[in-house]
Design a protein. Structure first.
Ligand SMILES: [Zn+2]
Ligand SMILES: [Zn+2]
Length: 370
């Protein structure tokens, strides 16, 4: 039942054929064998960029390094400058990864700019000891500062400008987390990100559905000679709505989530040829039997970009425009190889394997809102 809804329903006939052939262990015909994705990147923290590691990645078939750019402390800046230099001297291309919404620096300096946990209380199952807000307080999603409101939009843009200021120009900049924070409506699901402030206790001025599109345009002006690639996270799924599911009985899937998701994604997809898709399947707890194989969710992610916009009145986004972000941390080499193989079969134009953790956690934090 769930399998039908979540997988086969979304799988195009051709891809299903390839999937079945590979399940049966039969080689697909040459026409059906997916060609190697053009982009084959490795996300690395600056301290992991050694000449030895770069050589190893080249031998393993990677063709670019996506360097994590974070923090403005002197040692962080010099570490990433050194890393960029080593990458530029290697055979691999240089790209950057910037985490946008999950930002302790801005969350600590401006708690009011954080996303909030309002309306639904289901998230409390994850934090049973969290205090209840008084009338003057609001529960925030620490340390998430999404760009969906006016104040954080400008502050995040300034922060990124500083991060990139003393770095050599990259081929591409990946901007992660341009949507709302996890548990948007309070359901507790890390994938529910359609809004950053869903309730009456507002501490910021919300922007329109094109906030992410405008943000990407603004970053393009900072790095005019580089491609800027927004990285998007898929929304909740039907099975998440079960009482023991990630949305804990909240009707997110049939509610606003995907509708709002599409409204934000559609203008972004019109303005940007390439879109990243965040798919660390284990970190997102998507290693479930309903996806067929352990990392089968990756296939679902790709198909959802083609199907879900169409269901909500927008154009589907073809796999050939997607770069999948795969999980390379806390998993073995076999797991990475399997993810790459599923990504390749799905027809995406690229994948980047995150060998450094892409942090997605959050915790509730009370603040005064008036
Ligand atoms: Zn949702
Ligand atoms: Zn939800």
């Amino acid at each position: 039942m769930l399998r039908t809804k979540n997988r086969i329903h979304l799988v195009r006939n051709g891809m299903l054929a390839i999937a079945l052939l590979s399940v049966c262990g039969m080689p697909a015909s040459s026409e059906e064998v997916a060609s190697k994705p053009k982009v084959r990147g490795a996300i690395l923290a600056a301290n992991d960029v050694t000449d030895g590691r770069l050589q190893e990645l080249g031998e393993e078939g990677f063709n670019s390094v996506v360097l994590l750019v974070e923090g403005n402390a002197e040692e962080q800046v010099s570490a990433r400058q050194g890393a960029a230099k080593r990458i530029n001297s290697s055979s691999l291309g240089l790209c950057y990864w910037i985490e946008v919404a999950r930002c302790p620096e801005l969350a600590d300096a401006h708690p009011a700019w954080m996303a909030s946990l309002q309306t639904h209380d289901e998230w409390r199952r994850l934090y049973p000891d969290a205090p209840k807000p008084t009338a003057d307080q609001v529960m925030k999603t620490y340390p998430w500062v999404p760009i969906l409101s006016r104040e954080p939009f400008t502050a995040q843009l300034n922060r990124i400008e500083k991060l990139l200021a003393e770095m050599p120009p990259p081929a591409a900049v990946y901007l992660n987390d341009l949507q709302g924070a996890p548990s948007a409506c309070g359901c507790g699901n890390t994938l529910c990100r359609w809004t950053s402030d869903y309730g009456k206790r507002r501490t910021t001025v919300p922007l329109g559905d094109d906030a992410a599109t405008l943000f990407v345009e603004a970053v393009k002006k900072v790095v005019p000679n580089s491609e800027v690639i927004p990285v998007w996270t898929t929304e909740c799924e039907k099975h998440d709505g079960a009482t023991d599911g990630q949305c804990a009985g909240v009707g997110c899937y049939d509610g606003i989530c995907w509708k709002a998701y599409v409204k934000q994604l559609a203008p972004l997809a019109q303005a940007n040829k390439h879109i990243g898709a965040l798919a660390p399947y284990r970190a997102f707890k998507r290693d479930l039997p309903i996806y067929g194989e352990p990392c089968g969710w990756i296939r679902f992610v790709v198909e959802s970009f083609a199907e879900m916009p169409k269901r909500h009145g927008a154009d589907g986004i073809d796999a050939s425009r997607l770069t999948l972000v795969l999980q390379g941390w806390d998993v073995g080499a076999d797991d990475v190889a399997k993810q790459i193989s599923v990504a390749t079969e799905s027809g995406v134009s690229g994948y980047v394997v995150a060998f450094t953790e892409i942090q997605q956690d959050w915790k509730p934090k009370l603040i005064h809102w008036r």
